[in-house]
Design a protein around this ligand. Structure first.
Ligand code: HEC
Length: 122
C-alpha cells in the first residue's frame, strides 16, 4: 500500500475511534489521553466490574453515571483517584448497608490514573 494512502486510512480510523470513545468533546478541558482497553482490563481484574457496569447500574452506580456526576468538576480526577486508592470512603449500597469502598494499592499510579480518566471520559 502506498504510504500516503496508508496515512490517510490511519487518520480516518483515528477519527472514527475518537468519535466513539470521546462523546464529550464539547468539554472545555484539555483532552486527556485514555487507554480504554487497558482501563477496562484493570477494572475487570480489580473486580470493579462486579459492582459497576460501564453503562448499567449494578450494586454500585454505572461508570457512565459517575462521569456525568463529575462533569465540569476540575477536581474530579483527584477525588476519584483517592476514592479508589485510599480505602477511606464509605460506600452506600442499595440494600442500605455501608462498607468501606474497595481500593487498589497494588497497581502503579499511571495505571490507576488511566482507569480514573477512562471512567470520567464515559
Ligand atoms: C463491592 C462492590 C464494589 C466494588 C468491588 C467496587 N465498587 Fe465502586 N462503588 C460501589 C458502591 C456501592 C458505590 C456507591 C457509593 C456511594 O454512593 O456511597 C461506589 C462508588 C464508586 C465511585 C463513585 C465515587 C463518587 O465519588 O461518587 C467510583 C469512581 C467507583 N466506585 C469506582 C470503583 C472502582 C474503580 C473499583 C475497582 C477498583 C470499584 N469501584 C469497586 C461498590 C463497589
Amino acid at each position: 500500500m502506498r504510504q500516503q494512502t496508508r496515512t490517510h486510512m490511519l487518520a480516518i480510523a483515528g477519527a472514527i475511534m475518537l468519535s466513539f470513545s470521546f462523546p464529550a468533546v464539547a468539554d472545555a478541558a484539555a483532552p486527556v489521553k485514555v487507554d480504554a482497553e487497558a482501563a477496562e482490563k484493570l477494572a475487570r481484574k480489580d473486580k470493579c466490574l462486579r459492582c459497576h457496569g460501564v453503562t448499567k447500574q449494578k450494586e454500585g452506580p454505572s461508570f457512565k453515571s459517575i462521569a456525568e456526576k463529575y462533569r465540569g468538576d476540575s477536581g474530579a480526577a483527584d477525588k476519584v483517584l483517592k476514592h479508589i486508592t485510599e480505602g477511606k470512603d464509605v460506600a452506600n449500597f442499595p440494600d442500605g448497608h455501608k462498607e468501606l469502598h474497595k481500593y487498589d494499592k497494588k497497581h502503579n499510579l499511571d495505571q490507576l490514573k488511566n482507569l480514573v480518566n477512562w471512567i470520567l471520559s464515559l
